[in-house]
Structure formats: C-alpha cells, structure tokens
Ligand binder design. Sequence first.
Ligand code: B12
Length: 321
Amino acid sequence: MTHAIATPERPKALTAYRPFWAKRFGPAPFLPMSRKEMEQLGWDSCDVIIVTGDAYVDHPSFGMAVIGRTLEAQGFRVGIIAQPDWSSAEAFRQLGKPNLFFGVAAGNMDSMINHYTADRKIRSDDAYTPGGVAGKRPDRATLVYTQRCREAFKDVPVIIGGIEASLRRIAHYDHWQEKVRRSILVDAKADMLLYGNAERAIIEVAHRLARRQPIDSTTDVRGTAFLRKPDEPALAGWFEIDSTEVDQPGKVDALLNPYLTLEEQAGAQGSTCARNDDAPQAATLPEGTQPIRLIRQPLPAAQARATPRAQTGRSGAGRLV
Ligand code: B12
C-alpha cells in the first residue's frame, strides 16, 4: 500500500511575477508624499498609497519603506501618507485616489504602546518621529486611519498590516481597557489584514487586484485574515471548532517562590534538597549504590604548567612548582 504525502507548496519566487506595466517609470528617489512629488516623477496617480503612523524614513527599518519599495520593485507606483492630520479625511485625499488599494499601518509599534507606558503614563517622546516629538498619531491608529481612508474614497479597498494589526488580528486582551477586544478587522472595517512580515502576501494581493480580482474573493493567500458572513458560499467546506474543546490544560507546575532558597523551597514542598549535604536521607538510592568520590590527584611536575596569573607572579598562592 502506498501513501501520498502532501508536501507544502513552494512559495512563488518574488522575481517570478510579471511586472506591473508602471515598472517603466523606474524607481523613485523617494516615494512621493505630495502631488508635486508625483508630478516630478511623471505619475498621474498612485497604484498603492500607504498610510502610516511613523515618519517616512526610506530605510529598511521602517515598515512603510520596506513594503513600499517591495511593491515598487514589482512595478507599482507607491505613495506615502505619513503621520497625517487625522481630524478629517482631507489629508487622506492629498495624493488622489489609489488605483488598487490603501495600505494602512499604525507604524513600527502599536500606537497604544507608543503613547503610554505599561503603567499607563503618557510617554513624552516618540522614537519614530523627527526630534522624538510625541503626539503625531492617534490612539488606535489603525482604526482611525482606516476610517479616514474610507471617508476619503469609499470604494477603495483598505488592507491593514504592521504590528498593531498583526497582534490584534484575533480576539486579544487589551491592557489599556483591561478587557478582551474582538479582532481589529471587525472594529476597523478593513477589507483584509496581512499579518507578520507582509512582503510575500502584499505582492500576491497587489498583483491579483491589478488583474481586477475582487478583494472579497481573495481568500487563499497565506498570511491574510478577513471576515466572512456565516451564510457566504465561500465558507462551504469550512467548519468552526470551539477552542475550548481543541486543547485540554495539562499538568501545571506550581510556581516557584523566587525569594526562597533551594532548601526552603524543598521544605515548603514537604521534601528535602539533595544538594544539602546534611539533609537526612537526601535521596533514596537502590541498595549497593556507591557515591562517586572526586579524588584530587596532583600532576607530575613535568606536566605542570604555570597559569598565566601565576606567571605574572601576582598570585603567589597559586604558583605551581
Ligand atoms: C529598532 C527598535 C527600536 C528603536 C527605534 C529606532 C528607530 N527610530 O528606528 C528604539 C531603540 C529607539 C526603540 C525604542 C522603543 N521600542 Co522598539 N523596537 C525596535 C525593533 C528591534 C525593530 C523595529 C524595526 O525596525 N522593525 C523593522 C520593520 C520593517 O518591521 P515591522 O514594522 O515589523 O514591519 C513588517 C511588518 O510589520 C509588516 N508591515 C509593516 N508596515 C506595514 C504596512 C502595511 C500596509 C502592511 C500590509 C504590512 C506592514 O511588514 C513589514 C516588513 O516585513 C522592534 C522589534 C522588531 N524586531 O520589530 C522593537 C519594538 C518595535 N519596540 C518596542 C518597544 C516596546 C519600544 C519602547 C516602547 C521600549 C521602551 N520601553 O522604551 C521604545 C519606544 C519609546 C518611544 N517613546 O517611542 C516593541 C513594540 C511592541 C508593540 N506591540 O508595539 C517592539 C516590537 C519590541 C518588542 N517585541 O517588544 N525601539
């Protein structure tokens, strides 16, 4: 009898995609942040616009630059809206309507962590803003930016990503509200969430949108999350499992008290510590068991070498003869 073993499909090489037609514009010295900069590049529109809570720094330690340049390498024209004024949708219209989608990220950090310390005090600085100035992004930036993108251009798909979206993609505990919040996708009302390092997923999704595949029917790309209604035909074949039935808690070890010594720790658990030399009957050994004894055997003089410390003569006591 033979068994078929399913091997995971090899991911498509990033160089294997047919470049988008706009590749002919070539790489931009900087991804444009205004209409004027777009015109200087000869662009009439952007294919993708990335909205981010960080300042735009064209360096691979900034998510918008990595994702933007990755898309550009595929031929897409990418514009950046960095740290926009979120009080209205105005700033979200500044580059015009994107041909394919808005990509939204809070920045390299969760916006709540960026604003508040773990004991809920307001941070005075922001490591991702010029001059370290705080307050350039809203609380829960992914939600706010997505909402403004929707207001700016109702029919443009919004794809969220970055650490804030990734870590909040399923129900999660929110330290600031002290409650379990539902997936950020529900609150943001975004079309799709790309979690983790999103390069592969965003390239695949961008090419599909460029081929006019609706985002709603893009349901098979690895690293994506999206919402479905229970009665949708796309859900045929899928079933829901109650997570409490999937896994049962195993043995839970008692927490160690870090303030007790090993002997006290053992005593608290009603036993003794084998490391304690004078512990009565420290361990029950099978009959006839002999303890190992370590016996010091001096080296013959010929083999003895003076240690570097001894050679310096700084430690007379350690000198070997
Ligand atoms: C470098 C760094 C710093 C530097 C920043 C210097 C600088 N200006 O660049 C310094 C040392 C200053 C710093 C400070 C702090 N940091 Co820091 N830092 C990092 C670190 C190590 C790397 C960040 C980075 O460059 N990432 C590279 C980018 C490209 O990665 P990325 O953002 O994840 O992007 C990928 C995806 O998210 C996604 N993506 C990104 N954008 C987008 C957009 C779209 C549309 C899509 C679809 C996808 C997408 O694709 C990207 C490429 O794969 C991260 C840990 C880490 N490995 O990420 C911690 C990290 C960001 N820091 C963290 C913290 C907590 C802090 C501090 C608050 C620490 C403190 N207690 O003081 C302070 C901030 C203080 C302040 N006032 O702002 C946490 C944030 C936790 C969270 N949940 O948000 C992290 C994640 C470390 C951790 N695991 O705890 N930090």
